[in-house]
Design a binder for this molecule. Structure first.
Ligand code: SAH
Ligand code: DHB
Ligand code: MG
Length: 222
């Protein structure tokens, strides 16, 4: 099995089960034209995010890592009209591309892009937001455990915390891998071992983006 096969299956799934969405296509195009890296979630992964948003009846979503707004638009589309999504992006030029695409997709009223390193944006988020129903962690991978720990204190019981890119080509299973991002994902898993506040699993994925995976954690009651 190779990358061509993984991509062909993603294309087949997109052609059968996924809705055509011109605004999402335009968002990808705008990001490409502006020179952003093409590292947004794949269309089938994006649909999973939408299903999860609907399953937990999320009204308040926090995203770490906006890029060109692709996953933000997807998740915002799955929100009810009074839902709200805040997305954090370190790079002002990426945030600008995302804002335009989010506006063009018609979800500008539900989505707020905040610019700056996410760790610096968190104190301001403490004020007046309350708790989140779903948090999608997809920014700088070394900080995934830090974002997770912050999110865990601010996600309601029954809510979800999802972290992208935890499998990292399979290095997650290698205790000797020196890569800092991999070490961080292993640490996150070890921190969650036996933590009664969450019930979690990691699902390995292949697709247009190669071999990686999501961690999905359900926040338990107190
Ligand atoms: N969620 C997006 C993809 C995000 S890619 C999608 O699926 O459409 C990761 C993003 O995180 C990049 O845009 C990168 O600039 C941003 N990022 C990296 N470090 C960050 C930080 N410290 N704080 C906030 N965003 C960061
Ligand atoms: C990268 C970031 C991502 O969020 C992703 O899904 C794939 C790659 C990256 O920074 O290379
Ligand atoms: Mg990612």
């Amino acid at each position: 099995m190779d990358q061509a096969t993984f991509s062909a299956v993603d294309e087949f799934v997109a052609g059968t089960l996924l809705e055509e969405d011109a605004a999402l296509g335009n968002a990808v195009e705008a990001a490409e034209e502006a020179g952003l890296p093409s590292i947004q979630v794949s269309p089938p992964q994006g649909k999973l995010l939408q299903l999860l948003v609907r399953l937990v009846r999320a009204k308040r979503i926090l995203e770490f890592g906006t890029l060109g707004g692709y996953s933000a638009i997807l998740m915002a589309r799955a929100l009810p009209a009074d839902g709200r999504l805040i997305t954090l992006e370190a790079k002002p030029e990426y945030a600008e591309v995302a804002r335009r695409s989010i506006e063009a997709a018609g979800v500008g009223d539900r989505v707020e892009v905040r610019v700056g390193p996410a760790l610096e944006a968190l104190p301001a988020l403490e004020e007046g937001i309350g708790t989140f129903d779903l948090v999608f962690i997809d920014a700088d991978k070394v900080n995934t455990p830090n974002y997770f720990s912050w999110a865990l204190d601010r996600t309601r019981a029954g809510g979800l915390i999802i972290a992208d890119n935890v499998v990292r080509g399979g290095t997650l299973g290698d205790a000797a891998d020196p890569d800092e991002a991999t070490v961080a994902q292993r640490r996150l898993h070890e921190e969650l071992r036996g933590d009664p506040r969450v019930s979690a699993t990691t699902i390995q994925t292949v697709g247009v983006k190669g071999y990686d995976g999501f961690l999905i954690a359900l926040v338990e009651g107190a």
